[in-house]
Design a protein around this ligand. Structure first.
Ligand code: 26W
Length: 822
C-alpha cells in the first residue's frame, strides 16, 4: 500500500488518533513513548473493531428479524491473509489511519507488517473461500462461513542451502485481535463407539449409536467487513477441546489420570492444517477434522433454525443452503441425515428430502489422486452410524434411479456406487456429493465441461441439469484497491470511485490505451511497484534486480502439473544461449518464483532446490552482465502476493491443459496489468476471451490435443529431436549447478524421461520458448506493451468475485441480498 494524494479530513484524523492513543493506554496497557510496533498495531485493530462490531450486530439482527434464507459456506480452508489494511480499506478509513499514524511518527505499512498472515489454507481453494466471504459481505448476502480454527496454519517455509525446510506457523501466538470467542455457542460432538440394532414394538429396526467419546467445539468468530461497511459477515471457526467425559470408557474404569492424558487427543483435532493440496493420505485425523467442523457447524445451523421454527422442519430447505467447498466437508451430508433422523425424530424419507435440497458441491480438481476416498475401516472405527447411513443412501440410489435407468447393469452400478470394492473397501466422497447435491459446479467453463463429460459422465446422463459452471473470481478490494493504490487512483480518475463495487466500470481505461499520457502513467505505476518489489527481493534474498528489467513471475503451489520445471528448463536454455553469445540483444529479465511444496512431495522439493541452484549460478555469473536474474522468494503467502502481483510484467500460467481447474492468481495478475504467458487452460481461456489473445502470449497443447497425445506420448521423441532441449535436460545430470554434487538435480530428468513426463513438459517446450520470444519482442516496444497491459487490466470485470457470488446466489442458492438497517 503506497501513498495516495487524496486529501484527508482533519477532524477524522484527529478522532482516529485519539482512539488509537486511548486503546494503546486502556486496551493494550502501554503508552505512545514505550509502545512497540506490535502494540501500535494492536491499538489500531482495537480502534477499527469499534466500527466493526456495531455493524456486525446490525447485520445479524436484520437477518434474524427477517428470517432470511442464508448460505452456509463449509470449507476446511479459509486463507484470509492479513486483515488490517483490508478492513481499513473496506471501511474507507485507510487514508485517515495513515495520516493519524504519520502524526505519531509511524508508517502505516510498517505497523501493518506486524500482523501475521492468517494462513488457514493451502492455496487456490482456501483463498477463493476468503475472496467469497469478502464478496458475500459486500453484496449483502446473508451467510456464514464455517471452518476450522487451526492452531497452526500452513507451515512457514525457510530455504536452507537451497532446500525447503518447514517450520510451524503459530499465527495467534500473541493472540489474534480480530477474533471473538463465543462460549455461548459451544457444541459437543460424539465420536467412535458402536451401533446397537434395536427392534421397535412395531417390529421395525432402528439404530442407536453409543459413541465412545465426546469432543467440545469452541467457536471463534472473525468479522468480515463488506466494502463501504455495507454488511459484516461472520467467519466461524471451530476449535477442538476435550470435554470432561472425553473418553467414557477410560473414565468409567476409574482411569482419572489416563483420561486426563487423553485430553491431548481431543485437542489435537484442530492443531494443524494438512499441508497437502493434492494427494490424500487417508489419515484418520484428517477425517476427524472434517467431521468435527461439519458436526459443529450443522448443530449451529440447526440451533439457529429452531429458534424461529421450533421442531417444524418443513421450512428447513427453504431457509438453509449449504455449499460444500470441494469434498472436504462431505461428511456433513450423513451428519445432517443422522441429526434429523436420530436426534429430531424424522423419517428417513423426510430427512432425505430435506438433505437433498440443502447441499450443493463445488469441484476444484480433476486430479485423480486428489479425489477423497476414505477406507471403510476408518469409518467403522470413528463414525459407525454415518457409515450405516451412507450404505442406506447408496442402496436406495443404486436400486432406485440407477436400476430404473440401466436395469441389471452391474458395471455401471459399481462405477456409480459410493463404495469402491477392492482389497480395501473405500467410501468415494465425490460420489456421495453428486448423489446428494442439487447442483454440482466446476470453477471455470472448461473445467465444468470436463467435470460433466470426463469425471462424472454417467451421473450427467442421469441428471444432466445438475451440472453447472461458476467461474471463479477474486475480490478487487484486496487485489487492486488495497495492494495497488497507484492503479486504484488511476481508476478513480477514469472510472469514478465505484469501480471496486462494479469492476466492469474499469473498461473505460480501454479508451485511453492508445494515449501516451495514460500509457506513461500506467507504466509509471508499474515501475514504482517494481522498485518496491526490488527492495523486498533484496531484503529477503540479497539479490539485486533492476526494476527496468522484465519481471516474469510464477507464484503458486509447487506441483508437476503447474510445471515450474518447464519454466526452469526455459531459463536454463536462455542462460545457455547467453553464455554462447553474451552480447546478444535481449531484454534483461528477472524470473521470480514463489512456491511451497507439500512436505512429502519429494519431486516438488527437488524442483525448488533446482530453481535455487540454477538461480545461484546465474545470479553470480558476471559473463552474462546482469541480463538474467532468478529469484526464489521464500514463504510465499497472501501478504507476499500483495507485493509481488502489482509488480509483474509477465504472469506465468503454464499448467498442462486440462489440469488447472481455474487458477485465480491469473486473474489478479491481469487486473494489475501483467500479460499472461500461458496455456489454454482453466480461466486463462476466459481471460484471453476478455482481453484478446493478441494481448497475451498463449502457447502449447490444447485440452483436446493433450487428451489425444497422452496415450501415445513418448518424451524421448522430443528430447532426441530438439538439440536445445536435450542440452538443458542433460545439464541437469551434470554438476554444473551443484558443484561437487553430480546428480543432485537428476530426479527432474528422470521424471521427464524415464517416468514418462506425465505432464507433457517436453511436448510444450518449443512452443513455450517461442511464446517467450514474442513476449521479449513486445516488451521492447514500450507503447505497444503499455497498451496491451492496460487492455488486460481494463477487461477483467467479470473476474470480480462479486460476479461469481451473484452467479451462485442466482443459479444455485436462490438467495436475495438484504439491506442492513442501522
Ligand atoms: C489432499 C486434499 C486436497 C485436495 C485438493 C486438498 C486441497 C485440494 C484443493 C482442491 C486444491 C486447490 O486449491 N485447488 C484449486 O482450487 C482453485 C479454486 O477453485 C482453482 O483455481 C485451482 O485451479 C485449483 O487447483
Amino acid at each position: 500500500a503506497t501513498q495516495t494524494t487524496a486529501t484527508v479530513d482533519k477532524a477524522q484524523v484527529k478522532a482516529f488518533k485519539e482512539q488509537v492513543e486511548k486503546h494503546l493506554r486502556t486496551t493494550i496497557g502501554t503508552s505512545p513513548v514505550k509502545a512497540s510496533k506490535l502494540a501500535w498495531w494492536q491499538a489500531v485493530v482495537a480502534t477499527v473493531n469499534e466500527d466493526i462490531f456495531g455493524r456486525l450486530t446490525d447485520t445479524q439482527q436484520t437477518h434474524a428479524k427477517n428470517d432470511t434464507r442464508a448460505v452456509h459456506y463449509l470449507s476446511a480452508e479459509f486463507l484470509m491473509g492479513r486483515l488490517t489494511i483490508n478492513n481499513l480499506t473496506n471501511l474507507e478509513k485507510f487514508d485517515v489511519a495513515r495520516e493519524a499514524l504519520k502524526e505519531f511518527g509511524l508508517d502505516i505499512n510498517e505497523i501493518c507488517e506486524e500482523e501475521p498472515d492468517m494462513a488457514l489454507g493451502n492455496g487456490g481453494l482456501g483463498r477463493l473461500a476468503a475472496c467469497f466471504m469478502d464478496s458475500l459481505a459486500t453484496c449483502n448476502y446473508p451467510c456464514v462461513g464455517y471452518g476450522i480454527h487451526y492452531e497452526n496454519g500452513l507451515f512457514r517455509q525457510e530455504i536452507r542451502a537451497g532446500k525447503q525446510v518447514e517450520r510451524p506457523d503459530s499465527w495467534r501466538e500473541y493472540g489474534c485481535p480480530w477474533e471473538a470467542c463465543r462460549p455461548e455457542s459451544v457444541q459437543n460432538i460424539p465420536l467412535g463407539g458402536y451401533v446397537e440394532k434395536q427392534t421397535a414394538p412395531d417390529g421395525s429396526q432402528c439404530s442407536v449409536w453409543h459413541p465412545s467419546s465426546m469432543i467440545k467445539g469452541v467457536p471463534w468468530d472473525i468479522p468480515v467487513v463488506g466494502y463501504r461497511g455495507s454488511s459484516v459477515a461472520i467467519l466461524r471457526l471451530w476449535e477442538s477441546r476435550s470435554t470432561e467425559q472425553f473418553n467414557w470408557d477410560v473414565f468409567n474404569a476409574g482411569g482419572y489420570v489416563d483420561a486426563q492424558a487423553e485430553k491431548s487427543l481431543a485437542e489435537t483435532i484442530s492443531k494443524v492444517l494438512y499441508p497437502n493440496d493434492s494427494t490424500e493420505a487417508g489419515k484418520e485425523l484428517r477425517l476427524t477434522q472434517q467431521y468435527f467442523f461439519c458436526a459443529c457447524s450443522l448443530r449451529d445451523i440447526l440451533r439457529r433454525y429452531k429458534r424461529s421454527h421450533h421442531n417444524d422442519f418443513s421450512e428447513f430447505a427453504a431457509k438453509i443452503a449449504i455449499q460444500l467447498n470441494d469434498t472436504h466437508p462431505t461428511i456433513a451430508i450423513p451428519e445432517l441425515m443422522r441429526l434429523l433422523i436420530d436426534e429430531e425424530g424424522l423419517s428417513y424419507d423426510q430427512a432425505w428430502d430435506i438433505t437433498s435440497k440443502t447441499f450443493n458441491y463445488t469441484n476444484h480438481t480433476l486430479l485423480p489422486e486428489a479425489l477423497e476416498k476414505w477406507p471403510v475401516y476408518i469409518f467403522e472405527k470413528l463414525l459407525p452410524r454415518h457409515l450405516e447411513l451412507i450404505y442406506e443412501i447408496n442402496f436406495r440410489f443404486l436400486n432406485g434411479p440407477v436400476e430404473a435407468k440401466w436395469p441389471g447393469n452391474n458395471e455401471i452400478k459399481s462405477r456409480l456406487s459410493i463404495i469402491e470394492e477392492g482389497e480395501v473397501r473405500k467410501v468415494r466422497m465425490a460420489n456421495l456429493c453428486v448423489i446428494t447435491s442439487e447442483h454440482v459446479n466446476g470453477v471455470a467453463k472448461i473445467h465444468s465441461k470436463l467435470v460433466k463429460e470426463n469425471l462424472f459422465p454417467d451421473y450427467a446422463q442421469l441428471w444432466p441439469n445438475k451440472f453447472c459452471n461458476v467461474t471463479n473470481g477474486v475480490t478487487p478490494r484486496r487485489w487492486i484497491l488495497s495492494c495497488n493504490r497507484g492503479l486504484a487512483e488511476l481508476y478513480n480518475d477514469v472510472a469514478g470511485k465505484d469501480w471496486p463495487l462494479d469492476l466492469d466500470k474499469c473498461e473505460v481505461l480501454k479508451k485511453y490505451a492508445d494515449k501516451k499520457e495514460y500509457q506513461d502513467r500506467f507504466m509509471k505505476i508499474k515501475h514504482d511497484n517494481k522498485v518496491a518489489l526490488a527492495k523486498t527481493i533484496k531484503e529477503l534474498t540479497g539479490v539485486e534486480v533492476d526494476p527496468n528489467a522484465m519481471f516474469d513471475v510464477q507464484v503458486k503451489r509447487l506441483h508437476e502439473y503447474k510445471r515450474q520445471h518447464l519454466n526452469l528448463l526455459y531459463i536454463m536454455s536462455l542462460y545457455k544461449s547467453l553464455l554462447e553469445d553474451p552480447d546478444q540483444d535481449i531484454v534483461p529479465q528477472v524470473f521470480i518464483f514463489g512456491a511451497k511444496a507439500a512436505p512429502a512431495y519429494t519431486l516438488a522439493k527437488d524442483i525448488i532446490f533446482a530453481i535455487n541452484a540454477v538461480g545461484e549460478k546465474i545470479n553470480n555469473d558476471l559473463r552474462i552482465k546482469g541480463k538474467l536474474k532468478v529469484v526464489f522468494l521464500p514463504n510465499y503467502r497472501v501478504s507476499l502476493a500483495e507485493k509481488i502481483i502489482p509488480a509483474a510484467d509477465i504472469s506465468e500460467q503454464i499448467s498442462t491443459a486440462g489440469y488447472e481447474a481455474s487458477g485465480t492468481s491469473n486473474m489478479k495478475f491481469s487486473m494489475n496489468g501483467a500479460l499472461t504467458l500461458g496455456t489454454m487452460d482453466g480461466a486463462n481461456i476466459e481471460i484471453v476471451e476478455q482481453a484478446g489473445i493478441e494481448n497475451n502470449f498463449i502457447f502449447g497443447l490444447s485440452v483436446d490435443e493433450v487428451l489425444e497425445l497422452k496415450p501415445r506420448y513418448n518424451p524421448w521423441d522430443y528430447y532426441n529431436a530438439d538439440h536445445d532441449l536435450k542440452a538443458v535436460v542433460d545439464w541437469l545430470d551434470s554438476d554444473f549447478f551443484t558443484p561437487g554434487q553430480p546428480g543432485a538435480l537428476s530426479s527432474i530428468k528422470t521424471s521427464l524421461l524415464n517416468n514418462g513426463d506425465p505432464f507433457l513438459v517436453l511436448a510444450d517446450f518449443a512452443s513455450y520458448k517461442e511464446a517467450h520470444q514474442r513476449a521479449q519482442k513486445l516488451f521492447k516496444d514500450k507503447a505497444k506493451w503499455a497498451r496491451a497491459a492496460m487492455i488486460n487490466s481494463a477487461t477483467m470485470g467479470i473476474f470480480s468475485s462479486d460476479r461469481s457470488i451473484r452467479d451462485y446466489a442466482e443459479n444455485i442458492w436462490t438467495l436475495r441480498s438484504q439491506i442492513v438497517k442501522k
